[in-house]
Design a protein around this ligand. Structure first.
Ligand code: OOB
Length: 545
C-alpha cells in the first residue's frame, strides 16, 4: 500500500491537506449497492421524519418538549446562529453540552450548516478538551457552564483564546426554550453537505492519554443508526431514554439518539443516571428502550425492587460499553421485567447486538453478533493468524461503518489498522460456531505474575459470581518477587471475602491457584470513567499506593 497523503502545518499551527481518508469512491458505490451505506445526510434522515410526523414528540429534556416540527425549526434557527458566528461548511464545532436538549439541537444544527460536530463528554478534563479542540481545529464551541459540581467556565475562556476559535457559545445562547412558530416548519430545507462527507468527530473510548478523534461520515453513521434501529425493533412508537452521557457513541448511534430520531421515535434525556430519576421518567414518558453500562445495573436492579414507579412500558434494556458478568445478566429479565440486549460496540464503528428474541443462554453469556452482514470479523493470535472458534484471540474488524483511519493521526493508523484496513480493536474475544462473540478481556489487561499471564477479565467474572461481591476489578501492581502481583478491588455486601476465602472458593471451583488474587482490597465503589466504565488506570495507581 502506498503511504496516504499527510497533512502539513503552517506557521500558526493550522493543518492543510487531508486529515482523514474517505472510503474510495468505487468501494463506497459497492457498499451503497449492497444497502450497507446510507445515501442521505443525517439531517435529511431527520427531515424525512419531520415531513412524516411533524406533531409527533421528538425530544424531551427537563421541561423542554419538542415535536419533530419544533426540533426542525430549532435546528434551523441554531444553524443560523452558528453561521452568524462565522461557522462555514466543513468547519468543526465542539459540543460539550451534557444531557440537555441543546446537545441534540446543536448537533443537528451543526450538521445542517455543513459543519462537523465534535462530541465531547462534559466529564472530560479541561486539558483533554483543549487538546481535542486543537487537534480538530474547531472554529466554534458550545460549552455548558456547569455539569454537576464541575464549573466549565474557565475552559470556555481558554477555548476562546485558541487562534482558530471564533465563538464559544453557552447552551442558553441557542434559546431552545421558546417556541418559534413564525414560519411553519416544512422539513424541506437543504443542507450544505453530501452523504459521503465527514459528518462528525467522536472520541475514542480509551482511558489512556488524550482521546483520539474518529471521523464518521453521514453515509456510515446513518447506516449504523438505522441498522441498529432495525436490530432493536425501533420505530415511531419507540421511546428511548438516554441515561448515559448523550455525547457517547452508545447513546448517539446504537441506535441511540440518531437511530431513534431517524426512525420517528421519541428521545428522552435523563439528567443523571440514577435509577430513581430514570424510573420516574420511564413511568411518565412510557419509555420502551434504554441503555446502561454494567456498573449501573446492580443499582438499577436494587431500586426496581422498591420503586413505586410503573416500569411496564420498558421492553428492552441494553447493556454495553464493558463486560456484563453472566450472573448479573441473568437477573435482568426476571427482576426488571424486560428483555436484556447486550451491546458490544466501539466509537470506531462495529456494533454487535444480542437478538432480543434469542435464547436466554446466548443473550446472558455473549455480547452478540455484528449488526451488518457487511461487517467482517477476524479473531487472531499474536501473528494475526485466525484462531479456531472458541479460542480467545484479538478481534480485528472491517466493514461498512468502521473507520479505516483516525483523524489527523497517520502514525497511529499504521499501528491500529492492518495493511488491508482492519481495525485492531485490542479486545480479546471468542467466537462461537454460530458467530456470537464473547468478550474475555483486553489484549493488555492481564497480570504478568512471575511470567504467568492472568486474564483480569476471567478472574473478575469468577469473583462476581459470588453472592457477596457486587463489583470486582483485578489489576497488576509491581512486586519485587513476582514482577507483578494481582490485586482485586471488591465492592461487597457485608464484610466481604478474605484472600483465604477466595482461595478456598476458587480452587474449590477448579480454578488454578495462580488466578487467586494476591491481595484483596474492599472499596466503597470502583472508580469510573466519564461514561461509567471501570477506570483501570486509576486502579493501577491505587494498587501501587
Ligand atoms: C463503546 O464505545 P467506546 O469507544 O467507548 O469503547 C469501545 C470499547 C471496546 O473496544 C471494548 O473494549 C469495550 O469498549 N466494550 C465492551 C463492550 N462494549 C464495549 N467490552 C465488553 N463487553 C461489551 N458489551 O463502549 C460503545 C459504543 C457503541 C455501543 C456500545 C458501546
Amino acid at each position: 500500500m502506498s503511504s496516504p497523503p499527510r497533512p502539513t502545518r503552517d506557521a500558526q499551527g493550522l493543518t492543510h491537506g487531508p486529515t482523514w481518508l474517505p472510503v474510495p469512491r468505487t468501494h463506497a458505490e459497492h457498499l451503497v449497492k449492497r444497502g450497507w451505506r446510507e445515501r442521505r445526510t443525517l439531517s435529511e434522515l431527520l427531515r424525512a421524519q419531520v415531513r412524516s410526523r411533524p406533531e409527533h414528540l421528538a425530544l424531551v429534556a427537563g421541561d423542554v418538549r419538542l415535536t419533530y416540527a419544533d426540533l426542525d425549526l430549532h435546528a434551523e434557527r441554531c444553524a443560523d446562529v452558528l453561521r452568524t458566528h462565522g461557522v462555514q461548511p466543513g468547519d468543526r464545532v465542539l459540543l460539550c453540552v451534557g444531557n440537555r436538549a441543546e446537545h441534540v439541537v446543536a448537533f443537528y444544527a451543526a450538521v445542517r450548516a455543513g459543519a462537523v460536530p465534535v462530541l465531547v463528554l462534559p466529564t472530560l478534563g479541561d486539558a483533554d478538551v483543549r487538546a481535542v479542540a486543537v487537534a480538530a481545529e474547531v472554529s466554534a464551541a458550545v460549552v455548558v457552564e456547569r455539569q454537576g459540581r464541575r464549573d466549565l467556565r474557565d475552559l470556555a475562556v481558554s477555548l476562546r483564546a485558541l487562534p482558530h476559535v471564533r465563538a464559544v457559545l453557552r447552551p442558553q445562547d441557542l434559546d431552545v426554550r421558546s417556541t418559534p412558530r413564525a414560519t411553519p416548519p416544512t422539513g424541506s430545507g437543504r443542507d450544505d453537505a453530501d452523504a459521503e462527507d465527514l459528518a462528525l468527530l467522536t472520541l475514542s473510548g480509551g482511558t489512556t492519554g488524550t482521546p483520539k478523534l474518529i471521523p464518521r461520515t453521514h453515509a456510515d453513521y446513518g447506516y449504523n443508526a438505522l441498522a441498529s434501529a432495525r436490530a432493536c425493533g425501533v420505530g415511531p412508537d419507540a421511546v428511548y431514554l438516554a441515561v448515559l452521557p448523550a455525547a457517547h457513541n452508545f447513546t448517539m448511534v446504537s441506535p441511540g439518539i440518531v437511530g431513534v430520531l431517524s426512525s420517528g421515535g421519541t428521545v428522552v434525556l435523563s439528567p443523571d443516571p440514577s435509577p430513581t430519576t430514570a424510573f420516574a421518567l420511564v413511568e411518565r414518558e412510557r419509555v420502551t428502550l434504554t441503555s446502561l453500562v454494567p456498573a449501573l445495573v446492580p443499582a438499577w436492579l436494587d431500586e426496581a425492587r422498591r420503586t413505586p414507579a410503573d416500569l411496564g412500558s420498558l421492553r428492552i434494556l441494553q447493556v454495553g460499553g464493558a463486560r456484563l458478568d453472566d450472573a448479573t445478566a441473568r437477573r435482568v429479565g426476571p427482576e426488571l421485567g424486560c428483555t436484556l440486549q447486550q451491546v458490544f460496540g466501539m466509537a470506531e464503528g462495529l456494533n454487535c447486538y444480542t437478538d432480543p428474541a434469542g435464547s436466554p443462554d446466548v443473550v446472558c453469556t455473549t455480547q452478540g453478533r455484528p449488526v451488518s452482514p457487511g461487517d467482517e470479523v477476524l479473531v487472531v493470535d499474536e501473528q494475526d493468524r485466525p484462531v479456531p472458534d472458541g479460542t480467545p484471540g484479538e478481534l480485528l474488524t472491517r466493514g461498512p461503518y468502521t473507520i479505516t483511519g483516525y483523524y489527523g493521526a497517520r502514525e497511529l493508523d499504521t499501528v491500529r489498522f492492518t495493511a488491508d484496513g482492519f481495525y485492531r480493536t485490542g479486545d480479546v474475544v471468542t467466537r462461537s460456531p454460530d458467530g456470537d462473540l464473547t468478550v474475555v478481556g483486553r489484549v493488555k489487561d492481564q497480570v504478568n505474575r512471575a511470567g504467568e499471564k492472568i486474564a483480569a477479565g476471567e478472574v473478575e467474572e469468577l469473583l462476581l459470581a459470588r453472592p457477596d461481591v457486587r463489583g470486582a476489578a483485578v489489576v497488576g501492581a509491581p512486586d519485587p518477587h513476582l514482577g507483578e502481583r494481582s490485586v482485586a478491588f471488591l465492592v461487597v455486601d457485608g464484610p466481604g471475602p478474605t484472600r483465604e476465602d477466595l482461595r478456598r472458593d476458587l480452587t474449590g471451583r477448579g480454578v488454578t491457584a495462580i488466578a487467586v488474587p494476591d491481595e484483596v482490597r474492599v472499596v466503597a465503589g470502583l472508580p469510573l470513567t466519564g461514561v461509567g466504565k471501570v477506570d483501570k488506570q486509576r486502579l493501577r495507581a491505587w494498587a501501587q499506593a
